[in-house]
Design a protein around this ligand. Structure first.
Ligand code: PRP
Ligand code: ORO
Length: 250
């Protein structure tokens, strides 16, 4: 058997060594590396001529595919380190479980649950139409018998990406309805639109929303490292003038 050389995409050990420190400096280092890596592997794609349709239905010229980050050992190590470095996880001791949003939030949530050595669930966007007919998967036999299966459990929701925040909000509501004490929602990436915090402000009790990095930060890294072409930077600049109106009539 031929074993692959340990290239950049397979490195991870050195990131994992001190990813528990949770300092701002560490968070900043990981944020830089994850943004640079996302650009390097082509996770950020631009297609103004044939726009992407987002989950919210909007037509947009940009698509950030975090699933590609999860493909690589280095990407998984950076995601793990990014979550662990976040100040919101300073109270990690009080978190009893991580719940991922289906489907792209499942892998990062499982990676984090493993790193913290705690339980893992995932939340479907709708109740499954067959089998156990569940919306929240991973309930123990005992939990499944309860009307509020997650009553009293402190759960962190993990999403891969926040655009309007609608998908994460739906999962958060499902967890709260199941009785969970939702301690926060952490995502790998956010576009930084006002829509997401606005959507989350509807939650009662409130749930802090935070991300490892956002579009503004990614563009800063791209400008310094040349991770995006001038043409792509210009496309993004024009789109950002009116992101939700950009796709009208296209
Ligand atoms: O903030 P929002 O406007 O809700 O958009 C973000 C959501 O869109 C994507 O999921 P998608 O529905 O494409 O499904 P997938 O996770 O199964 O790929 C992404 O994984 C987020 O869940
Ligand atoms: O809003 C979305 O659906 C969306 C945007 C994006 O950039 N990447 C993604 O996976 N989903």
């Amino acid at each position: 058997m031929i074993y692959p050389q340990k290239g950049r995409t397979q490195q991870g050990d050195e990131i994992m060594r001190d990813d528990q420190s949770g300092t701002e400096q560490n968070a900043e280092t990981v944020r830089r590396e994850i943004a640079a890596f996302a650009l390097e592997i082509g996770a950020v794609r631009l297609s103004p001529e044939e726009p992407f349709t987002w989950a919210s239905g909007y037509r947009m010229p940009i698509y950030n595919d975090n699933r590609l980050l999860m493909r690589y050992p280095r990407g998984r190590a950076l995601v793990r380190a990014g979550f662990l470095a976040h100040a919101g996880l300073g109270a990690a001791d009080s978190i009893q479980a991580v719940a991922g949003t289906a489907s792209a939030g499942i892998a990062p949530a499982a990676v984090l649950a493993e790193a913290l050595g705690i339980d893992f669930y995932y939340v479907r966007s709708s109740v499954k139409g067959h089998g156990l007919a569940r919306k929240i998967e991973g309930l123990s036999r005992e939990e499944a018998l309860l009307e509020k299966p997650l009553a009293g459990r402190s759960v962190l929701l993990v999403e891969d990406l926040i655009s309007t925040g609608g998908s994460a909000l739906a999962a958060a509501e499902a967890l709260q309805e199941a009785g969970a004490n939702l301690v926060g929602c952490g995502a790998i990436f956010s576009y930084g639109f006002d829509e997401a915090p606005r959507a989350f402000s509807r939650l009662a009790p409130p749930c802090p929303l935070w991300t490892i990095f956002d579009l503004e930060f990614l563009l800063g890294v791209a400008a310094e490292d040349g991770g995006l072409s001038q043409e792509d930077m210009e496309t993004i600049r024009r789109w950002r003038e009116d992101p939700f109106g950009w796709g009208e009539g296209r």
